[in-house]
Write a protein that binds this ligand. Structure first.
Ligand code: GLN
Length: 572
């Protein structure tokens, strides 16, 4: 079976195409279909790895090390699937593969043209993803907004595929409907223009998802239907929703799943899927939660002009939510700008107002000293602190300076000539940087990590699952972790986590750090690389950092064990 759904966006960016794609995929999986999601990014960048987060939001990393768009994270979190590079494409990667083909005489002397060769290559890539994931239905999200020049070749791919297989292709427009005036009337005209833009590309959407502050009323549905020639039934209300995991249920209220299957001439394979019931039950539970937990994220990639860009840490935010909800807490997440602590050191004392603090990943020297001040404050005042990647590295720098007495300890990312270079670049990375080989060359994706017995990390990955039957049931199913996980009293515990970094805890300083009480509770390559570092719970309730990014593997119904342990300690 070859069925394709394409999702494109109208009126403005950030309209929620990623969540719409994930939700439709989720719904079709509830009807018993094997689905996969595919993302097309319109950038010329070959992947998202070289982009500043302020430009593009979070860089999500797949298990095979692909650095990609944050929407890939939504697909994984909704579908509880692990995707790979076959599920992702950019304009740059398409041109790259076309040019490589041309250089190897693949086209047998033909003239290679932007049309039709680029759209055909796009279709080819989608079919490859379909084949490799064995999906029955592929849901492809086209990045950008309809009407943009860079969108056209992808719409052309939809047109060609629809021409070849008219009964197998569905086009969904996710469009924004603003409101106006005192009566807050929802306006349909911008969406009508977006549909016209699709029409001029030779396409008519089968569905319109009407994104707005409120549900769309009948009258406005009729307006879009009449003016644009779309079945009123297929104009689906998509009001703003605080908890994104509710969106598939909202769509289902308008029977979008049945309508899609009918258009495809398919029948539902399962009546009430177990996953649907679990999903619904969890959302009902969340609705009733009344205790709050306040978590601060001390970072730097927030500000863009006068606006806050929380998207940069989207996986961290979702991981905090998953764990908090699981433990029966409603998280209140607050952005704290580390650069402000550098201007006014006393401001760091505001951290005492939080149950727990997260220092997320990052790059470069801006805001680093502010983060180090925050770490010192949390360590001395026993505030639960969770450091992720750069977060761990800066915890080591702080500890080296203030506990081990290593004056001016630093990461060579900030000062390449640092005397006490407690964090240093990986040997093999030095050469790459010299040759300016930046793209896709960090230590990326899945790497194994061995957990030390008797540590917080060991307990998080093992004991928690034994004391909580429900947790254990869910977690043992989480195949994304090492196969030894979940067995009672494993002798050796290895977990697999996702990475994205060039720097490491310098092995020259392992001894002195350990002697002063820093416990390396997760290591790889026979102890050479530090993957998790922590202080004993006799000293601090939760002072733990990871070189990997646990947030990338947390799922709605499967929170990450380290986030669970962090939130658990924060509630105390
Ligand atoms: N900048 C650090 C490194 O490259 C940490 C990276 C990160 O936080 N993802 O090692």
């Amino acid at each position: 079976m070859s069925k394709y759904i394409f999702i494109c966006g109208g009126v403005m960016s950030g309209v929620g195409k990623g969540i719409a794609t994930s939700s439709i995929a989720k719904i079709l999986s509830w009807y018993g279909y094997k689905v996969t999601c595919f993302k097309i990014d319109p950038y010329v960048n070959v992947d998202a790895g070289t982009m500043n987060p302020l430009e593009h939001g979070e860089v999500f990393v797949l298990k095979d090390g692909t650095e990609c768009d944050q929407d890939m994270g939504h697909y994984e979190r909704f579908l509880n699937q692990e995707l790979t590079k076959v599920n992702y494409m950019t304009t740059g990667s398409i041109y790259l593969s076309l040019i490589q083909k041309e250089r190897s005489l693949f086209f047998n002397g033909k003239c290679v043209e932007v049309v039709p060769h680029v759209p055909l290559e796009v279709i080819d890539k989608i079919n490859q993803a379909k084949k490799l994931t064995k999906a029955e239905i592929v849901i492809t999200e086209i990045g950008g907004t309809v009407g943009e020049y860079q969108n056209l070749l992808f719409l052309e791919a939809v047109r060609i595929l629809k021409l070849k297989q008219p009964k197998d292709v569905i086009l969904v427009l996710v469009s924004y409907l603003p409101y106006q005036g005192e009566g807050m009337e929802i306006k349909t005209k911008p969406t009508q223009y977006a549909i016209r833009a699709l029409n001029s590309a030779g396409l008519q959407p089968d569905f319109v998802l009407a994104r707005a502050l409120f549900p769309l009323d009948d009258k406005r549905k009729e307006k879009i239907s009449f003016n644009c020639g779309i079945d009123k039934e297929n104009i689906i209300s998509a009001p703003d929703e605080k908890i994104i995991y509710k969106i598939p249920l909202n769509f289902e209220k308008e029977k979008i799943g049945e309508k899609i299957l009918r258009l495809f001439n398919l029948k539902s394979k399962s009546k009430k899927s177990k996953d649907f019931l679990k999903w619904q039950k969890e959302l009902n539970k969340i609705k009733k939660i009344d205790q709050e937990i306040k978590i601060g994220i001390v970072g730097k990639y927030f500000k863009t002009g006068d606006f806050i860009l929380a998207d940069v840490y989207i996986s961290v935010i979702e991981a905090i939510k998953h764990a908090s909800w699981f433990l029966g807490y409603q998280p209140k997440i607050v952005w704290l700008n580390s650069e402000e602590y550098e201007v006014d050191k006393k401001r760091v004392e505001e951290l005492k107002n939080y149950h727990g603090i997260v220092i997320p990943g990052g790059f470069g020297s801006r805001g680093v000293e502010g983060k180090i001040l925050a770490i010192k404050y949390c360590r001395e005042n026993k505030i639960p602190l969770f450091g992720l990647c750069y977060g761990l590295q800066l915890m080591i720098v702080e500890f080296a300076r203030n506990v081990c007495g290593l004056k001016n300890a630093q990461t060579t990312e900030v000062n390449p000539k640092a005397k006490n270079a407690v964090i240093d670049i990986l040997k093999e990375q030095k050469k790459l940087l010299k040759e300016k080989l930046y793209g896709g060359t960090m230590r990326l994706g899945d790497w194994e990590c061995e957990i030390k017995r008797g540590t917080i990390a060991w307990r998080a990955y093992t004991e928690l699952s034994r004391t909580d039957a429900e947790f254990s049931r869910r977690y043992q199913k989480n195949v994304s972790f090492s196969s030894t996980f979940g067995q009672p009293f494993p002798r050796v515990l290895k977990v697999v986590e996702r990475h994205r970094h060039r720097y490491e805890v310098n092995p020259k300083y392992h001894k002195i750090l350990q002697k002063n009480g820093f416990v390396f509770s997760g290591t790889s390559q026979n102890g050479l690389l530090v993957e998790i570092g922590e202080l004993s719970q006799n000293i601090h309730p939760f002072f733990l950092g990871t070189q990997f990014h646990p947030e990338l593997k947390s799922k709605f119904l499967h929170p990450h064990p380290l986030f669970l342990e962090f939130i658990k300690q924060s509630t105390k």
